[in-house]
Design a protein around this ligand. Structure first.
Ligand code: CP
Ligand code: NVA
Length: 311
């Protein structure tokens, strides 16, 4: 990680934001505090409850983990989560999003949304006068980053001493992870094919958060000596039409036993995985794999976020 950027100024008295649309909505201290809270809730040392609290969940895209982790998480906290897909409400049939946002805010204490266009989650946050959480957009997946950092804390240790390689597409998961690593002091190396990098906006925001990742020439260069290697699908939800054009660029970017040989690196993947494309079945099923812990930690990390927003 470059060291010539000024670390994000943090002030413990900073008010917690009312929207979590990407990781850099938090200061590094707030991020740390959310992870601490997630750890304490997971361990049963923090018994905070959110009784009579409703989370409205809006999904334009499918989900296994995000839906179920928020729903079970709210149950654990003594609250309730309400699922709505695009065909369940008028949004999918012409009602403007800004109307939906204001109506939800009249019933629910918090809104979580998974939408295609990042501007849509910003619109929800603009019009709803309750906290809004981004459950994934084409640009960002900040809740995944919370779980990933919690997992690295548990499995590797001090985040400021941790090195991770991102290998593959510079997509929504990668961009939020880069911001989270910058805030938490994780040394991130990135290997992405030409044309599929993190993008200038993400790199400049990461630099503002305390350090942009090191961009590497190849997956082999990126994984050397790291604690963990992280990858995600090469074709994200909504990009299905780009599949044929995209795949050839990722030749050589698969995370497999060959790439990891000679390293002690753990494997990270947000799931769902396309085994045989970005990752092999062998490494997902190996002792290196942290993917099930990452998935479980979605719930604990998000509960840390929910109590920080709502308690
Ligand atoms: N990792 C993740 O967000 O998974 P889902 O798409 O199943 O929610
Ligand atoms: N990049 C993937 C992540 C899924 C959790 C997608 O957006 O489809």
């Amino acid at each position: 990680m470059s060291t010539d950027s000024t670390p994000t100024p943090t002030d413990p008295t900073d008010e917690f934001p009312t929207a979590f649309l990407d990781v850099d909505d938090l200061s590094s201290e707030q991020l740390d505090a959310v992870l601490d809270r997630g750890t304490a809730l997971k361990a049963g040392k923090d018994l905070t409850q959110l009784p009579r609290t409703t989370l409205a969940m809006l999904f334009e895209k499918p989900s296994t983990r995000t839906r179920t982790s928020f729903e079970t998480g709210m149950t654990r906290l003594g609250g309730h989560a309400m699922f709505m897909g695009p065909d369940d409400i008028h949004l999918g049939h012409g009602e403007p999003l800004k109307d939906t946002a204001r109506v939800f805010a009249g019933y629910a204490d918090c809104i979580m949304a998974r939408v295609f266009d990042h501007a849509d989650v910003e619109t929800i946050a603009e019009y709803a006068d309750v906290p809004v959480i981004n459950g994934l957009t084409d640009d960002a997946h900040p809740c995944q980053t919370l779980a990933d950092l919690l997992t690295l804390r548990e499995e590797v240790g001090d985040l400021s001493e941790t090195t991770v390689a991102w290998v593959g597409d510079g997509n929504n998961v990668a961009r939020s992870f880069a911001l989270g690593c910058a805030l938490a002091g994780v040394d991130l190396r990135v290997a992405t094919p030409d044309g599929y990098g993190l993008g200038d906006d993400c790199l400049s925001r990461a630099a503002d958060c305390g350090g942009a990742p090191t961009l590497c020439e190849s997956p082999e260069a990126a994984v050397e000596g790291v604690d963990a290697v992280y990858t995600d699908v090469w074709v994200s939800m909504g990009e299905e039409d780009e599949r044929e054009a995209k795949l050839p660029a990722f030749d050589g970017y698969q995370v497999n036993a060959d790439l990891l040989s000679g390293t002690d690196a753990k494997l990270m993947h947000c799931l769902p995985a396309h085994r045989g494309e970005e990752v092999t079945d062998g490494v997902i099923e190996s002792d290196r794999s942290l993917v099930w812990t990452q998935a479980e930690n979605r719930m604990h990390a998000q509960n840390g976020l929910l109590v920080s927003l709502l308690d």
